[in-house]
Design a protein around this ligand. Structure first.
Ligand code: SAH
Ligand code: SF4
Ligand code: F3S
Length: 444
């Protein structure tokens, strides 16, 4: 009999995308084959996100899509809902959507092959959402899909920012023992990985829950791995960062020059209500330290507008911080009420129209800053990792520089190799550059 095939689609953060690699590997090692097209698959896995209401709406739409696809194809596909929304909704998904057969919460992502088999044998729908001891996957080198790989170093989150559902769905922080991380990265490098991105909701507290080495020590150890070229990480929580850590990190050669440092709000009153546990002053202290130890870092952020109780004055404070820090880029969101959270129970909700107007204003302010920051890169010579051909032309490659920005360059170099480039211009939001040949680079 032919192998049963599965198709997987993923929403949400990098951690979820990384989990999808483990889900695929667990399916493949249990005898299922991966399909690139949903139409061809016997099993469809949707790895979901629940961080904002509109993320959930989108997934509800996808479940509906698979219902009509099944009808059109005239075959029953087994639909599996995995990830954060599965953990939140549980059995209710089975009640609301008759085409869903399996709900696999965040503690059960590696059990999906087992659950599919059980469903095939019994025909009974399953909701596996009990919280239990969390297991990191055993897949290491197999996780390499290309020259760049994600490495999960800490799961969950214990911060309970008052607006955020993640701690309720992903449980408390749990660090992966550093020996396992080191062997995973070595295996990845053996398979050709040159760039890794360490993942966690708050990487700065790595090792604290289990008395392991600290995050900075982990970076220093990873820096010693031969063949590994670049180390990235996200996300850093400002409350767990300090100038001393930044100084040490800035001296680690392979660590890339980029911090993703969510601000969320520029008003101390709102930060307090958000339970972020830092002040704007502390945030500035970190930014100033980053720029003092190496002025050529990029800093990106996340901002929420319209948190309950946010007045015009609070919003103006956010704009002020945005203008003073000059973020290279920002992910900006309207506040969304989430189940279980403290913020959802607060009064003084900001009307939708007001949130929308604030978001538009903030996006416009940041758009200009992003443009100016990009413009200030023109003329610089940088080492870059060739990532993939640009959409427009096979002759042009999208290359990532150490700061994380992408530059389009005409080059014959292959994806996964490093080149030296000079940034020559900008079109829209895209940096453009040219390759610097060896003889030219000798002249620099
Ligand atoms: N752990 C990371 C980010 C997790 S979620 C951190 O702490 O920074 C990614 C972003 O989604 C958050 O930074 C926040 O800006 C946004 N977010 C989370 N919950 C939200 C909510 N209820 N409404 C709107 N945005 C939210
Ligand atoms: Fe959510 Fe806050 Fe944890 Fe980030 S740090 S995942 S925003 S609770
Ligand atoms: Fe979404 Fe879960 Fe990540 S809620 S942002 S997929 S941790």
């Amino acid at each position: 009999m032919a192998k049963k095939s599965f198709y997987i689609e993923t929403y949400g953060c990098e951690m979820n995308k990384s989990d999808s690699i483990d889900i695929s590997l667990s399916m493949e090692s249990s005898g299922y084959s991966k399909s690139d097209r949903p139409e061809d698959a016997d099993i469809v896995i949707i790895n979901t996100c629940a961080v904002r209401y509109n993320a959930e709406e989108r997934i509800q739409g996808r479940i509906g899509f698979y219902k009509s696809l099944s009808k059109k194809l005239g075959k029953d596909q087994t639909v599996v809902i995995a990830g954060c929304m599965a953990q939140e909704w549980g059995r209710k998904i089975l009640e609301d959507y008759d085409n869903v057969s399996i709900v696999a919460g965040t503690y059960h992502y590696l059990r999906i092959p087992e659950l599919v088999r059980e469903y095939d044998e019994t025909g009974r729908k399953i909701a596996a959402i009990e919280k239990q001891d969390y297991r990191f996957s055993n897949f290491k080198g197999e996780r390499a899909e290309s020259f760049s790989a994600w490495v999960n170093i800490i799961k969950g989150c214990s911060n309970y920012c008052s607006y955020c559902i993640v701690p309720f769905l992903r449980g408390l922080e749990k660090s992966k023992p550093h020996e396992e991380i080191i062997s995973e990265v070595k295996e990845l490098v053996d398979r050709g990985v040159v760039e890794i991105t360490l993942l966690g909701q708050n990487v700065n507290v790595y090792g604290k829950d289990n008395n392991d080495i600290t995050f900075v020590e982990l970076l220093e150890m990873l820096n010693e791995i031969e063949g590994l070229k670049w180390i990235r990480f996200l996300t850093s929580h400002p409350k767990d960062f300090n100038p001393g850590m930044i100084e040490r990190i800035s001296k680690i050669e392979k660590v890339c020059k980029h911090f993703h440092l969510p601000l969320q709000s520029g008003s101390d009153k709102i930060l307090k209500l958000m339970n972020r546990r830092y002040s704007v002053e502390k945030y500035y202290e970190i930014v100033d330290a980053i720029r003092m130890f190496n002025n050529d870092y990029s800093i990106t952020t996340d901002i929420i507008v319209g948190f309950p109780g946010e007045t015009e004055e609070d919003f103006l404070k956010t704009l002020e911080v945005v203008k003073r820090v000059e973020f290279d880029d920002a992910f900006m969101y309207r506040y969304s009420d989430r189940p279980y959270t403290k913020a959802s129970k607060l009064e003084n909700k900001v009307p939708f129209n007001v949130m929308r107007a604030r978001l538009e204003e903030l996006i416009e302010v940041q758009r200009k800053i992003t443009y100016e920051k990009n413009r200030s890169e023109i003329g610089k010579t940088e080492e870059a990792l060739v990532v993939r051909p640009s959409k427009k032309s096979e002759e042009e490659m999208l290359c990532r520089i150490k700061k994380g920005k992408m530059v389009v360059v005409p080059t014959k170099a292959r994806p996964g190799s490093f080149i030296k480039l000079k940034i020559t211009g900008i079109s829209g939001n895209t940096l453009k550059g040219e390759e610097v040949t060896v003889s030219e680079s000798l002249r620099i």
